[in-house]
Design a protein around this ligand. Structure first.
Ligand code: G6P
Length: 619
């Protein structure tokens, strides 16, 4: 989704902003632009398409331009044209803004501003906000009480008090070249504090190269930076003091390190990522699990009468695995819901409900709204989040971080396996406090601690999986079938293929295929089965026969040592044999590789799939 980076310091701002925009590319975007302050005027350059197009339009960096704002846009209101790209200048040319989020009452404001003589050039809601700030700036001191406030800051506050919706903003005013303002409501924004320089960004990836000290703005707060330092206030002009926090990842972690794509790097990082996720929490020798982030919640969790998980996309699939895990290990009724559905229904959350909000980014708008809804209905809400300091991490009552480092590839991979690992630890630990025997728990803990090595083993099949994909790359429809714990994995396998290779795919519980989707099968249709050893093994073997009888080509993910299954598989992918409730962390890996190789063979931009955004911060 849209990204913001802004610089205020002593160095030429342009190269820093362009580099920052490149670090935001992974979020998904369709146009980009920069605005640079030069004495008392603002120079804007923007372009539809890739950042390289913008770079071609930019003049050589000017050493006098030491302050600027920049943006990658993911179109919501108005197509991704150059005129709709940010930054937007107000109609007087004095105010420049970059905006993430959506201004819901933009239409009414636009009509009103037009009546006041304000003119517009774009179709965006963001330009309306820029013009609203410009309007108040022009009004400063005109009969309104401004109580000695700075005109620029005052105008921003007045405008923000009147807009409905979400914003992350960086703003310049040509009359004040030594000043920059940022603001936030519902769309993340941080101030990076460097040595004699400040950066405003929507995502730490854009600024980590320059500083690791940040403050995170909360809703309805603004930050003003000047040559004298910075201060934070609310949009109602109440001073707030903020804690300086530390970004926990380094520049190396967001670079490719020899891999062709971030997605491939992240797939291959999974053994390390999982070890980091389990470290300090899982003690295989003692057969113990320690969950520091939710220590104070353990009593509530043990007594819980109902669990629910809520999330979007891949994180939703992890939540579904969690549903199976909680049911099996804790024997507490558990339900998983899409955050976008949950937020608008009228859910019955009886006393003793604990809700887990799962999100890699911690910024997904629907998941955040679901957190608010669950809290409002009296549930305890715990976060399972990757990005430290993100909005969901801060809005939940407590939580567990994934600790897998930044995930840059739009198609989520290492976050999924870590989300499942966290849910597994939770289910074992809560189960152990309820009815699970110490012996059973210890054996699962031992098996779980071996999962990272087993993932590493599967990664060795990458080339073999590529050959399988090559044989079927011309097929337009794929099915992914699994049962029980592997049903969510089938959903995830299909989602991965769709996301980056643009091939149509459906994930289904294997037996459901008979109730409709089997009609899709014709000669050569590739059907991926997750048919590892477990309680439903025989059943899924039956399902394999059913599709073979109708001409499908079967790609079977099977347990090591299962020789018998060979005769039903056109292609076989082996995974180590582990208890079925731990299998999703293994069986998903070949499906990630399958999607990756399909996208590369199709010649698609794996890390920047069309129409998708890494973090969906609008509804
Ligand atoms: C977007 C991404 C998906 C991701 C989903 C939820 O759609 O493209 O990969 O699974 O959002 O994101 P979250 O950050 O909340 O896990």
């Amino acid at each position: 989704m849209c990204g913001i980076v802004a610089y205020f310091g002593q160095k030429p701002a342009q190269p820093i902003l362009v580099e920052g925009l490149k670090r935001l590319e992974y979020r998904g975007y369709d146009s980009a632009g920069v605005a640079l302050m030069n004495g008392g005027s603002i120079r804007v350059e923007k372009a539809s398409g890739r950042i390289s197009v913008l770079e071609e339009r930019l003049d050589a960096p000017n050493a006098a331009e030491t302050c600027g704002i920049a943006h990658t846009r993911w179109a919501t209101h108005g197509p991704p044209t150059t005129v709709n790209a940010h930054p937007h200048l107000d109609w007087t040319g004095k105010i420049a803004i970059v905006h993430n989020g959506i201004i819901e009452n933009y239409d009414a404001l636009k009509t009103w501003l037009r009546g006041e003589g304000v003119t517009f050039v774009s179709e965006t809601d963001s330009e309306v906000l820029g013009n609203l700030i410009g309007y108040f700036y022009a009004q400063y001191g005109e009969g309104t009480s401004t109580e000695g406030q700075h005109p620029f800051e005052w105008a921003v506050q007045q405008a923000l008090q009147r807009v409905h919706g979400a914003f992350g903003l960086a703003i310049l005013c040509a009359d004040y070249p030594d000043m920059m303002v940022g603001a936030r409501r519902g769309s993340p924004l941080m101030l990076g504090i460097g040595d004699g320089e400040y950066l405003i960004a929507s995502d730490a990836a854009a600024i980590v190269e320059h500083t690791s000290h940040v403050i995170y703005l909360s809703d309805n707060e603004i930050v003003t930076v000047s040559r004298d330092g910075f201060h934070t206030k609310t949009i109602h002009n109440i001073v707030v003091s903020k804690e300086v926090e530390q970004i926990e990842f380094s520049l190396e972690q967001i670079e490719l390190e020899g891999f062709e794509h971030h997605m491939l790097k992240e797939i291959f990082e999974q053994p390390t990522a999982l070890r980091n996720c389990l470290r300090g929490r899982l003690d295989a020798q003692q057969g113990k699990i320690t969950l520091g982030g939710i220590r104070s919640e353990m009593r509530e969790l043990t007594r819980a009468r109902r669990f629910m998980t809520t999330a979007c996309g891949t994180a939703y699939h992890a939540g579904l695995v969690g549903e199976y895990l909680f049911e099996q290990l804790t024997r507490v009724p558990t339900k998983t819901d899409f955050a976008s559905e949950f937020r608008y229904r009228n859910p019955i959350l009886e006393k003793g409900t604990v809700c887990f909000a799962i999100s890699q980014s911690g910024e997904t708008a629907d998941t955040l709204a679901a957190v608010e809804k669950a809290k409002e209905r009296g549930a305890r809400v715990l976060g399972i989040v990757n990005v430290v300091g993100s909005t969901i991490a801060r809005y939940t009552d407590a939580g567990m971080y994934l600790h897998v480092g930044p995930e840059i590839g739009v198609a989520s991979t290492k976050a999924f396996t870590a989300q499942v690992a966290v849910l597994t630890m939770l289910a074992i630990e809560i189960g152990r406090r309820r009815h699970l025997s110490g012996e059973e728990a210890a054996s699962l803990i031992q098996e779980l601690s071996d999962i990272p090595d087993k993932v590493a083993q599967i990664l060795e099949c990458s080339d073999a999986i590529k050959s399988i994909v090559e044989a079927h790359i011309d097929q337009d429809n794929w099915l992914f079938l699994g049962r029980g714990f592997n049903y969510p994995v089938a959903l995830e396998g299909a989602l991965k293929l769709k996301e980056i290779s643009y091939i149509h795919a459906e994930g289904l519980p294997a037996a459901e295929m008979k109730h409709g989707p089997i009609a899709l099968i014709s000669d050569g249709t590739p059907v991926v089965f997750i048919a590892t050893k477990g309680s439903q093994y025989e059943k899924i073997r039956g399902n394999i026969e059913e599709v073979r009888a109708r001409g499908a080509r079967t790609i079977v993910v099977a347990s090591e040592g299962d020789e018998d299954i060979q005769k039903t598989a056109d292609h076989l992918i082996r995974v180590p044999d582990v208890p079925e409730l731990l299998q999703p962390m293994l069986t998903v890996v070949p499906l990630q590789l399958l999607a990756y190789h399909a996208a590369v063979l199709k010649g698609h931009d794996v890390d920047k799939p069309r129409n998708l955004a890494k973090s969906v911060t609008v509804e």
